[in-house]
Design a protein around this ligand. Sequence first.
Ligand code: SF4
Length: 336
Amino acid sequence: MNDSVQPLLSIQDLNTWFFSRKGTAKAVNGVTFDLEAGQVLGVVGESGCGKSVTAQSVMQLVPDPPGRIVNGKILFHGRDLVPMSREEMRHIRGNKIAMIFQEPMTSLNPVYTIGNQISEMFTLHRGYGKKQAMDAAAEMLARVQIPSPHKRVHDYPHQLSGGMRQRAMIAMALSCNPEILIADEPTTALDVTVQAQILDLMLSLKDEYNTAIQMITHDLGVIAEMADKVVVMYAGRVVEAASTGALFKSPLHPYTNGLMSSIPVLGQRTRGEAGELAEIKGMIPSLFDLPPGCKFVNRCPHAMEICEKEEPELESVEPGHKVRCWLHQEKGEIAP
Ligand code: SF4
């Protein structure tokens, strides 16, 4: 296939399951979506919906055992990452596809200076000498707006504030100019002002480097700020996928609607009828024991008889807008 028509990253029918004595947890259950070069794709859902396990699958970071990709493809420039050896993946991870986490200490080692850790990326993946790599590390710190970068390279992670550590982690992730940056709740632990600064920083770095970003979050506010396209996940499934504009203008899945009404509105503390912040009632079903029909059936205000028995497919309702719900499919309309 020609590079100009194939997406940068194409996840196709991905199934990542966890095996334990309790049974099989289908954490990612037939997930399909694409990420284009230079695009920001938001992956949204509550915790346990499979968004982080999807990212770990792309990075080959799923702990095995108990987890395993049991089916599906992860095509990067058309090449499947799933069967790749550890050695091949080591070249891609950090270099072509990088990941940042909610907790910077997941990536940063407390016993090495920031400079040592960032410069290692340049020695490892670019073959730089020690001095050249340290200068490049300081330059990266300057790019993420850390003041006095040549001094800061000698700091240990604990000497930086939470926001600075997050910037240092972004600097490390972007040091090899990756084509894809996967950001897993990167600002959740930060206060609102720092959160806005980090999101701005990521967007400007994306423009500078043309990096595609897969932004994983439970926060639709972050999606509205950042994303071009959105995938909504629930219980290991994609339940809705659309451009950000279309999703906010006309959310179709009852779960997406529930997420929308949980967003606090400025100057109005709550949106719920009882004067409380609206939230989706009920719990995500156990991944060990998923219902046979729609996975959202126990929480859905519009559930019909067919929803309990049969699961709808993810279908296009208009170009670029897909939803997995009987309300938007012919069979659902004629159902009793
Ligand atoms: Fe609700 Fe049925 Fe749609 Fe599921 S398929 S979201 S239960 S209406």
